[in-house]
Ligand binder design. Structure first.
Ligand code: HEM
Length: 124
């Protein structure tokens, strides 16, 4: 969220001073004009060649924010995630449990409403 310190015009919308504005990041991440007609499909591979190849304009992909208040530890977080994933995927395989019910909900991020039960198998 951001608070307008002065009255401004944003993309033709008048925003009076003291207005609180919330950028709905999860909505931006489903915008078909930016991502293409398959924007609603779960296709993480679309980011294999970076956000600029997946989304126009590239800054519409803002998991870590955008501009002067960008997440200060974006690179650390991405490195941590890769380490965790490599350690897990080198020892286990994962598949979605038959009991999983597909029901995505908007909370802070888009989440499975009733969780995502997984079947975890130790690799030989
Ligand atoms: C997957 C993990 C993470 C995600 C998705 C994430 C995302 C974000 C987002 C969306 C913001 C707000 C940017 C804005 O207001 O415009 C932010 C800010 C921030 N993040 Fe992260 N973050 C992650 C991990 C981390 C980690 C591991 C650290 C520190 C070790 C960190 C430190 C910060 C700090 C200090 C800010 C405030 C920057 C400011 O207000 O100037 N983040 N992050």
């Amino acid at each position: 969220m951001r608070e307008a310190q002065t009255s401004i015009s944003l993309g033709g919308v008048d925003v009076p001073r003291d207005t609180i504005i919330q950028v709905a990041i999860s909505v931006l991440h489903l915008d078909m004009e930016a991502w293409g007609p398959d924007a609603n499909e779960f296709r993480p591979d679309r980011l294999a060649n970076g956000a600029a190849a997946a989304c126009k304009p590239a800054h519409m992909y803002m998991s870590f924010g955008y501009g002067p208040r960008l997440c200060t530890r974006q690179n650390l977080a991405m490195a941590e995630l890769k380490v965790v994933l490599v350690r897990l995927l080198s020892k286990f395989s994962f598949s979605v449990s038959p009991g999983y019910q597909h029901s995505p909900v908007f909370r802070l991020t888009i989440e499975p409403e009733s969780g995502m039960p997984l079947v975890v198998t130790r690799l030989a």
